[in-house]
Design a protein. Sequence first.
Length: 107
Amino acid sequence: MTDNDALNTSGVTHVVLVQWHDGVDHSAQADALSQQHLPRIDGVLAVSSGTSVSTEGLEGGFDWMLVVRFRDRDALVGYLPHAEHQPIADFIGAGSKRVVVFDIAAS
């Protein structure tokens, strides 16, 4: 099995970290949009989002996190241009100062 085969047959976890612009907290709206739209996309297995509850204080300035678990890499590829992804992508883009996206393949 090649690395590409493994990516296509195993799940993928998509993590988005957001620092809101000008200290305005948009987390509740982002949570609602994520739960409303993202589960409608084929291949999305789970959606979690929220603000940190860590006591370590190592958030690095990030205010909100979104985690989307996909069936496989193909589902992630289909998610990015999907119409149900656009409302949350647009919302994050308009309200964020900084965004980090990190995807990992599960084995």
